[in-house]
Write a protein that binds this ligand. Structure first.
Ligand code: BES
Ligand code: ZN
Ligand code: ZN
Length: 473
């Protein structure tokens, strides 16, 4: 999609998108734009409403924003218009940017418009969205220049669209090798280095905890390492994302919700998407990211409940439940990253526990960290762009939950309480007491229901959050 500023609507024919702040239902002054009057009885800018008027060879789409509008709502409003009004979009579309809009609002608006082109029907015959046609150029009218903002918002949306696809595509397509290839291709295009360890190399260097999880799968595990090293970097951030391409539960096979478990690589996908976006935006920050990718399957070769396995960090692990596999691959991802790259700050993103969904539902991710400044910063970023976080404790009173009698640590407390916290305590054990580490449990927010599809689908939670955090370091 190309973008072009036009000075006015003289000689324009096509669809005009006109955002309107709420007046009142009883207003006697009609909303007016481009010679079109709309009376408050039919439309007065109420949030989540819109009104179409055909006049002067143009389709005017008046879009209600409410009295004030936050980033996420604005993005959703424009995603809805792009997704659900596509029949009114011909070759020409112009967007009116209200004079009061700041660059964040313009960013949310254009990001939403591009996200509205997403179609979950990857395997269905369908016509491309009009915005995706070659040569399509979106016009905009604004008092000031917003070119830089709009270019940035389209990059954000592009990374999010790619992340949607990674998560929504099925597990027979998105295998560990698919993720590794995706990383390599993105690295070539956007300028970061990618190294992938397969089974042999992972065995040689001792990623035993990671390898245990993939033992029962026909898909070879891939330990994906990405390095973005701009010349002017002052800080170094490390990222780790859970890349379980499908989680059957292993021998502790899932009895509920297995069909949704293609989403179990959403943390990895968020890290891949964020990596692409950070490189695309050329932020002056060094980023090293790891996505341990494998499939948790059922087979004679699968790891067993009660197995004791080794890990890269040198700690032995008693397996209580093979369905608590995410923490096993993250343990090696975190330990490998911290030992070999020593980043200033480490963030991990993972669809780690059902427990976090029970605690926080679908509105925010669970945040775990011992670093209050980091917690603040991450929450500020989340609030600014509408990917919220809520902090849960990492107190030492929870340590007994992961103490094993046979090994250094066990992968599950065996108790039906505080599951997200004991999982976070397990990860903490592999961070070598790093003083600036945060774990984001995104099981409730990465994949869910929305107005945009009938089945659960990806949200790309984390891509923008991590990028915004790094932008504001
Ligand atoms: N992948 C799941 C967590 C999950 C749940 C992701 C819902 C997305 C939506 C994870 O590997 C898992 O199975 N966790 C178990 C752990 C338990 C066996 C200790 C859980 O939370 O039930
Ligand atoms: Zn599991
Ligand atoms: Zn899992």
């Amino acid at each position: 999609m190309q973008i072009k500023k036009i000075p006015n609507l003289d000689n324009f024919t096509g669809t005009i998108l006109i955002p309107v702040f709420e007046t009142t239902a009883k207003s006697i002054v009609p909303i007016e734009y481009h010679g079109v009057s709309v009376y408050s009885q039919v439309f007065y800018g109420k949030k989540d409403t819109h009104y179409l008027v055909e006049k002067y060879d143009c389709t005017h789409v008046f879009i209600g924003l409410g009295k004030e509008v936050d980033y996420k709502s604005l993005k959703t409003i424009f995603r809805r218009i792009a997704a659900k009004q596509k029949d009114v979009f011909g070759k020409n579309v112009a967007v009116v940017i209200p004079d009061s809009f700041n660059s964040n609002q313009v960013e949310a608006m254009f990001c939403g418009l591009l996200l509205g082109t997403y179609n979950l029907g990857h395997y269905k015959k369908a016509e491309a969205h009009p915005f995706l046609n070659a040569g399509f150029e979106m016009k905009y009218i604004a008092k000031t220049e917003f070119e830089e903002t709009i270019t940035k918002s389209l990059k954000i949306a592009k990374a999010q669209l790619e992340t949607f696809a990674l998560v929504d595509l099925p597990p027979n397509k998105v295998t560990p090798k698919y993720l590794a290839n995706w990383a390599s291709e993105s690295g070539k295009k956007y300028g970061f280095d990618v190294t992938v360890f397969g089974k042999d190399k992972s065995t040689e260097i001792g990623l035993h905890s990671f390898l245990s999880v993939g033992k029962g799968s026909a898909q070879e595990p891939q330990f994906i390492i990405m390095e973005y090293k701009p010349a002017n970097a002052k800080k170094h951030i490390g990222l780790v994302g859970k890349g379980i391409t499908f989680d059957t539960g292993g021998l502790n096979i899932k009895t509920a919700g297995m069909v949704q478990m293609k989403c179990d690589m959403a943390g990895g996908a968020a890290v891949l998407g964020a990596m692409q976006l950070i490189a695309d935006l050329q932020f002056p920050v060094q980023v090293t990211a790891i996505v341990p990718a494998c499939e948790n399957s059922v087979d004679a070769l699968s790891f067993l409940p009660s197995d004791v396995i080794q890990s890269y960090a040198g700690h032995s692990i008693e397996i209580i439940d093979t369905d608590a596999e995410g923490r096993l691959i993250l343990a090696d991802g975190l330990a490998y990253l911290i030992k070999n790259y020593k980043p200033d700050t480490v963030l991990d993103l993972a669809t780690l526990t059902g427990s976090v969904v029970g605690t926080l539902g679908y509105e925010c991710a669970g945040l775990f960290t011992n670093n209050e400044a980091l917690s603040q910063k991450l929450q500020e970023s989340g609030n600014a762009i509408g990917e919220r976080l809520w902090q849960l404790p990492l107190w030492d009173v929870y340590t007994p939950d992961i103490e094993s009698e046979i090994a250094d640590v066990k992968n599950y407390s065996g108790k039906p309480v505080a599951g997200a916290i004991s999982a976070a305590k397990f990860l903490e054990f592999f961070t070598d007491k790093h003083t600036s580490w945060a774990h984001l449990d995104i099981a409730g927010v990465a994949f869910g229901d929305s107005e945009f599809a009938k089945t659960k689908h990806a949200t790309a939670y984390g891509v923008h959050l991590v990028t915004n955090y790094i932008e504001n370091l």
